[in-house]
Design a protein. Structure first.
Ligand SMILES: [Zn+2]
Length: 321
């Protein structure tokens, strides 16, 4: 019964890391060469674990501030003033809304624009197309479901920080989340002067208290049944990665929450010689010098880098036929 060769399953909790690399370097290899090396690593890999952060959605075309915010959130700027909050979708989420009618008036709007109604998937599709044939899994800190929309099976996705589709008890009194997209649409229809009618304010079905978005902002974040199932599948994939050639393909992960993708990826590559790291970022693609040839860090427009890597993979696939 007992198989001593069987390796211990690597869980998500073992994978997480707070260890900052002390030997970061900006690789000065020419761009074209870096693209070639990335494509080669990916082509030779059995497993590709994608780690996606906010930079991936931005590179794909998602907008959060500037003119986009002015145009889409004018009603909220009129009611609350622009101030320090009503500048972009990130800052506005911290506005101290005076009541639940105002809170949901705002959040329903953001949840739809940044979630259910967002479609910036052409870049995601280009990438997925180029990775066809690989054993693939996505670890994402984004709540916007863009890889899923691009056709990636949900069974291959672990979205750790929540979802723009779901709400939960604000105090996390029970381990369930609720799909609220239809409710958000009703709120959008009924909103006047940045507020929704009281009858649309959701209440926790268990404790009767306030509800909140299922986004990890504090200790009350609910990890529901689906979250745990995704964690289980991720852990199984991660454990399998130790036995084949693996590329950790990191897309647009900065230093806001580095302990979920960036540091763990560095740790994995450090510990396993069969695992390489390809890190794409507009400006934060420093990589640990100690990983040597097993790390490629490309500081460039990510939409361009992804397209260039995909082009090479496609061209070689054609050449091989
Ligand atoms: Zn509750």
């Amino acid at each position: 019964m007992f198989n001593r060769n069987e390796k211990k399953m690597l869980r998500f909790s073992d994978f997480l890391s707070g260890e900052y690399a002390r030997d970061y370097i900006h690789q000065d290899t020419p761009y074209a060469e870096q693209i070639e090396r990335s494509a080669k690593l990916i082509r030779e890999a059995d497993y590709v674990l994608i780690g996606a952060g906010a930079g991936m959605s931005t590179a794909a075309g998602a907008e959060y501030g500037g003119k986009f915010f002015e145009e889409n959130f004018a009603e909220f700027q009129q009611v609350y003033g622009k101030g320090p909050y009503m500048q972009d979708m990130y800052s506005a989420g911290f506005y101290p809304f005076p009541d639940q009618e105002s809170k949901w008036g705002y959040w329903a709007h953001q949840a739809l624009l940044a979630g259910a109604d967002l479609d910036v998937t052409p870049l995601h599709k280009t990438l997925l197309e180029a990775l066809k044939g690989k054993k693939l899994f996505l670890l994402s800190t984004n709540a916007d479901h863009q890889f899923e929309k691009a056709g990636m099976p949900v069974e291959q996705i672990f979205q750790t920080q929540g979802s723009y589709r779901l709400i939960q008890c604000r105090r996390g009194c029970h381990n369930k989340t609720y799909d609220a997209v239809e409710l958000f649409r009703q709120m959008e229809q009924a909103r006047r002067h940045a507020k929704i009618p009281s009858e649309l304010v959701p209440r926790c079905p268990v404790c009767g208290g306030e509800m909140a978005m299922n986004l990890r902002v504090d200790d009350h974040f609910v990890e529901d049944e689906n979250w745990h199932a995704a964690e289980e599948r991720f852990s199984r994939f991660l454990s399998a990665c130790r036995d084949g050639k693996t590329v950790l393909l990191e897309l647009g992960v900065g230093f806001n929450t580095p302990t979920i993708i960036r540091f763990p990826f560095e740790k994995l590559a450090r510990q396993h010689e069969n695992i390489s790291l390809v890190r794409l970022s507009r400006s934060k693609a420093v990589v640990p010098a100690s990983l040597g040839e097993r790390a490629v860090g490309i500081n460039a427009d990510m939409a361009q880098s992804i397209t260039d890597i995909a082009d090479i993979l496609r061209a070689r696939d054609r050449g091989a036929q």
